[in-house]
Design a binder for this molecule. Structure first.
Ligand code: BTN
Length: 243
């Protein structure tokens, strides 16, 4: 991954550019920008993309059938956490798509496929990392719950060196994903998870589930044990910690 890198100063969204170019570009092409004017977050939210951050998308063309994009999101979360841990911070993954340090969000992941395409040909993996940005610069609604690598490490990080490490980790995990059992990725994911063992409230388009997060399935779904001892499998949703 990252043998081809398309670098921009300012774009609307690297995910949009990657989507437009996907058919023409080789697998692993990276689209990266210094800032995004219309960075997209999950569920239609806006993603603040200030200068100093790392905003990029990877064009993937998985050779294995991809039933659930959630799987790619988990693969990416694992790679991001591992790369961050090399900087000496305790990065942990919050299901499904966040990476946290000391309980605060430092990275968000947005995996997208073209909805109209029946057979999925390519997947756009969008990763946003608050690298060298200050907490005080975040917009108010997210300020309390966000952090950056600069804040956590105590000085600005070398973004290029970090990006090299991250692309290496992403490639390692992606190779594992295409060649090994998904459960191997799940067990490593669980070892770096911030979510497993916590009381959670998960909101899906159809229901709200409250209970204890007890595991992740081979589909990438979160397993929640409710008060009535029912095990619910949630493939997509917004997860909040109850306490
Ligand atoms: C989230 O946590 O809501 C996901 C945020 C994903 C942000 C990244 S930044 C690079 C890529 N381009 C986008 O427009 N979004 C993703």
């Amino acid at each position: 991954l990252g043998r081809e890198i398309l670098y921009y100063n300012e774009v609307e969204s690297t995910n949009s550019i990657a989507k437009e170019l996907a058919a023409k570009c080789p697998e692993g092409t990276v689209v990266i920008a210094e800032t995004q004017k219309k960075g997209r977050g999950r569920m239609g939210s806006e993603w603040q993309s200030l200068p100093g951050g790392i905003w990029f998308s990877v064009i993937l063309k998985p050779s294995v059938p991809l039933e659930y994009t959630a799987k790619i999101t988990l693969v990416a979360g694992l790679a991001v956490s591992k790369a961050m841990r090399e900087l000496g911070v305790d990065a942990r993954i919050k299901w499904p798509n966040d990476v946290l340090i000391h309980g605060k969000k430092v990275c968000g992941i947005l995996t997208e496929v073209d909805a109209e395409v029946e057979k999925i040909d390519h997947v756009i993996l969008g990763i946003g990392i608050n690298a060298n940005v200050r907490q005080s610069e975040f917009r108010e609604e997210i300020r309390e719950d966000s952090t950056s690598l600069e804040e956590e490490v105590g000085k600005p990080i070398d973004r290029i060196a970090f990006m090299k490490q991250l692309l290496f980790e992403l490639e390692q995990q992606y190779i594992k994903f295409t060649t090994q059992k998904f459960s191997d990725i799940v067990s490593e994911w669980i070892s770096l998870s911030d979510t497993i063992g916590k009381e959670v409230t998960v909101t899906t388009p159809v229901k709200i589930i409250e209970g204890k997060a007890v595991g992740v399935t081979d589909k990438g779904a979160l397993l929640v044990k409710t008060k009535n001892n029912v095990r619910e499998e949630i493939i997509a949703g917004r997860c909040r910690y109850s306490k």
